[in-house]
Design a protein around this ligand. Structure first.
Ligand code: HEM
Length: 546
C-alpha cells in the first residue's frame, strides 16, 4: 500500500502547528538559556523539573532566601519549574523600578489566570487602563475619613471576641487557638465594613452561611507553590478541560460570589436611590450620601452625576470587588494580628508596656484618632508588619526585555562587575518582602528580633525601601500598592486595643514548636502537629491590675 499525500489544507495545518511549536520552544530556550540572568550567582538546582520550588515550598521558617542572600549577595537567581531562572533582588532601586512599572512587570499569567477566574473583574485581577479606571473610583472609599466611619465596626466586633474569650476564661485560664478566632473576627469585620454582610462567624451558635461556606471550601485546598498544575495548564490549555476537584470548588465559589454579589449590589443601589429620593436630591453627587460600607461608597461614587459615563464601572466590575475585598482583606489581617499576639507572648515586657499604654485610655470604644494617638501601639503594629509580613514575597514577570537599575553594583558568576541587571522578556522577578524586612544590612544585627522601640529612631537606610506605608514592603508600593492599608492598620489597632487590655497571653506550647508555613500567606503551625494545619495555641488569662 502506497502512502497518500496529505491534502494542502492538512499540510498547511501541520506546518502551522510545527511553526507554533518551534516558536514556543524558542521562547522557552530564550527564557532559560539565552537570558542575561544566567550570569547571576545563585543556589544549586536540585531538580530539572521542579528547580528550587520544592525547597521553597518545604521551608518552615521562610529563612531560605535570607541564607541565599547572605551566601550569594543582594542579586541572585534561583530556578523555578523547568529550570526557568527568577531574579531575586534586595536592591531597593531595582524593586522600585519593578513596582512602579506594573504594566512592564505584571503578575505572571498562571497566577493572574487563577485570580481572574475566581474574582471576576475586581481590582486585583484587572490590569492597564481598566485598573486605573477602577482604582480612581475605588480610592475615595479607602480614604482616612471613610476609615474613621468604619472604626466603630472594628471595635464592636473586637469586643464580641473579647466577650467570647471572657466566657471561655470564666474559671481562670483557657487554651485558645487564637489564629482560628482571629480569622473569624476579621471575616466578620470585612463582611460588615466591606459590604454590609454579616458572616456571623464569631457567633458560637450561628451556622456558617453560604458565602462563608464557599470561602472556607476555597481555602481548604489551596495548591502548594510547588504544584506543577497551573504551569502545565498554561502551556497546554487543553488540560483545562479535565475536571478536577479543585476546579469544581473554584467554579462553585465563583458562582456563589457572583450570585450573592449581584444581590448585594442591587440592594445597595436601591437603598442609595431611596435615600436620594427621600432627601429630594436632583441626581447623586459624590458627597451627598453617607456610606455605611465600602461597597455603598463605591456604588455611590460610581452613580455620581459628576463622573463621566466612560469612567463608570460596569455591574460586573462592581460585583467583582466583593470577593476581591474578601480575599485581599480577610486572612491578611487575621494573620497579622495572630503574629502580633505571638510576639507579645514571646516578649512579656513589651506586652505589659503596651497594656499600660492602652489602659491609659478611659474609653472602651476608641475613635480612629484615639487609636492613632497611641505611639507604642503604633510601634507594635509597625514592628509586627515588619517582622511578619503576611505576604512574604510576590512574583512579577518582565513583559519585554528591560534593564533594571541598581543602587549598588554587583559581581556576576564570572567575576564581572555590573551596575544594572539586563533581563529578558518572560523572566520572573521576586519581590522578597520578608527578606528585605529582615536584612541585617538594612536593620542592623537585631533585625530578627521583635523590638517596637526601633521605631523611635528607625535606621536611615530604610528610607530607600519603596513601600506605600512605613518604609516597609508589607503593602508593597507603586500603582498596585494595597488599597486597603489604612483599613487594616486601624483594624489591627482596634483588635489589639480591645484584646490586650482584657487578657494576658502566653504560649501554650514551647516556642520552638511554632513555625511559619507559607502557602501563600505565612501563618503559624506546630512542628509537633502538622496534620492540624494552621494554629497558634495560647493560654489566656483575664487581666487584673495589681
Ligand atoms: C495586613 C493586611 C494586608 C496586607 C499585608 C495586604 C497586602 C497587600 C499586597 C502585598 C497587595 C499587592 C498584591 C499583588 O499585587 O499581587 C495588596 C493588594 C490589594 N489589597 Fe491588600 N493587604 C492587606 C489588607 C487589605 C484589606 C483590609 C483590604 C480591603 C479591605 C485590601 C485590599 C487590597 C486590594 C483590593 C488589592 C489590589 C490593589 C491593586 O491591585 O490595585 N488589603 N494587598
Amino acid at each position: 500500500m502506497g502512502l497518500t499525500t496529505p491534502s494542502p489544507e492538512i499540510g498547511a495545518l501541520l506546518l502551522t502547528a510545527f511553526l507554533y511549536g518551534a516558536w514556543r520552544f524558542y521562547g522557552f530556550l530564550r527564557v532559560v538559556f539565552l537570558t542575561p540572568l544566567g550570569a547571576l550567582p545563585g543556589p544549586p538546582t536540585p531538580s530539572l523539573v521542579y528547580g528550587n520550588m520544592k525547597e521553597i515550598a518545604a521551608m518552615d521558617d521562610t529563612l531560605l532566601p535570607d541564607t541565599w542572600f547572605t551566601r550569594y549577595g543582594k542579586n541572585l537567581i534561583d530556578r523555578e519549574f523547568f529550570m526557568r531562572p527568577r531574579l531575586w533582588s534586595l536592591d531597593p532601586r531595582a524593586i522600585h523600578h519593578v513596582l512602579s512599572h506594573p504594566n512592564d512587570f505584571p503578575r505572571p499569567e498562571e497566577a493572574q489566570r487563577g485570580i481572574r477566574d475566581l474574582l471576576g473583574r475586581g481590582l486585583l485581577s484587572v490590569w492597564g487602563e481598566e485598573h486605573r479606571k477602577q482604582r480612581r473610583i475605588l480610592n475615595p472609599a479607602f480614604g482616612p475619613a471613610q476609615i474613621r466611619d468604619l472604626t466603630h465596626i472594628f471595635v464592636e466586633k473586637s469586643i464580641e471576641l473579647r466577650e467570647y474569650w471572657a466566657n471561655a476564661t470564666r474559671s481562670g485560664t483557657a487554651r485558645v487557638n487564637v489564629n482560628s478566632d482571629l480569622s473569624k473576627l476579621t471575616l466578620d469585620i470585612i463582611g460588615i465594613a466591606g459590604f454590609g454582610y454579616d458572616f456571623n462567624a464569631l457567633n458560637p451558635e450561628g451556622t456558617p452561611n453560604e458565602l462563608s461556606m464557599a470561602f472556607r471550601k476555597l481555602f481548604m485546598g489551596t495548591p502548594s507553590i510547588s504544584s506543577l498544575g497551573p504551569v502545565l495548564r498554561l502551556w497546554f490549555p487543553i488540560l483545562k478541560r479535565i475536571r478536577t476537584e479543585r476546579g469544581a470548588t473554584l467554579e462553585y465559589a465563583s458562582q456563589t460570589f457572583q450570585r450573592i454579589g449581584t444581590q448585594l449590589v442591587e440592594d445597595r443601589k436601591a437603598a442609595i436611590l431611596k435615600e436620594a429620593s427621600e432627601k429630594h436630591l436632583q441626581g447623586i453627587g459624590r458627597k451627598d450620601l453617607q456610606g455605611r460600607d465600602l461597597l455603598t461608597l463605591l456604588i455611590r461614587a460610581n452613580m455620581a452625576q459628576d463622573v463621566p459615563e466612560s469612567q463608570r464601572l460596569s455591574n460586573e466590575d462592581v460585583i467583582g470587588q466583593i470577593p476581591t475585598f474578601l480575599l485581599a482583606g480577610h486572612e491578611t489581617t487575621s494573620t497579622s494580628s495572630t503574629w502580633a499576639l505571638y510576639s507579645l507572648s514571646k516578649y512579656p515586657k513589651v506586652q505589659q508596656k503596651l497594656r499600660e499604654e492602652l489602659l491609659s485610655v478611659s474609653s472602651d470604644t476608641p475613635t480612629m484618632e484615639e487609636l492613632s494617638a497611641l505611639p507604642y501601639l503604633d510601634a507594635v503594629v509597625t514592628e509586627t508588619l515588619r517582622l511578619h509580613p503576611p505576604i512574604a514575597m510576590l512574583t512579577r514577570v518582565a513583559a519585554q526585555d528591560d534593564v533594571i537599575p541598581l543602587n549598588e553594583p554587583f559581581t556576576d558568576r564570572h567575576g564581572k562587575l555590573h551596575s544594572e541587571i539586563r533581563i529578558a522578556k518572560g523572566n520572573k522577578i521576586i519581590v522578597p518582602i520578608m527578606a528585605m524586612h529582615r536584612s541585617r544590612e538594612l536593620w542592623g544585627e537585631d533585625a530578627m528580633e521583635f523590638k517596637p522601640e526601633r521605631w523611635q529612631q528607625p535606621p536611615e537606610a530604610i528610607s530607600a525601601i519603596p513601600g506605600v506605608w512605613g518604609h516597609l514592603l508589607t503593602f508593597i508600593g507603586g500603582p498596585r500598592a494595597c488599597i486597603g492599608y489604612r483599613f487594616s492598620i486601624i483594624e489591627l489597632k482596634a483588635i489589639l486595643f480591645t484584646l490586650v487590655r482584657a487578657f494576658e497571653f502566653e504560649f501554650a506550647v514551647p516556642v520552638d514548636d511554632i513555625i511559619i508555613k507559607t502557602a501563600p500567606l505565612g501563618r503559624p503551625s506546630l512542628l509537633s502537629e502538622p496534620e492540624k494545619g494552621y494554629q497558634l495555641p495560647l493560654i489566656l488569662k483575664p487581666y487584673k491590675a495589681a
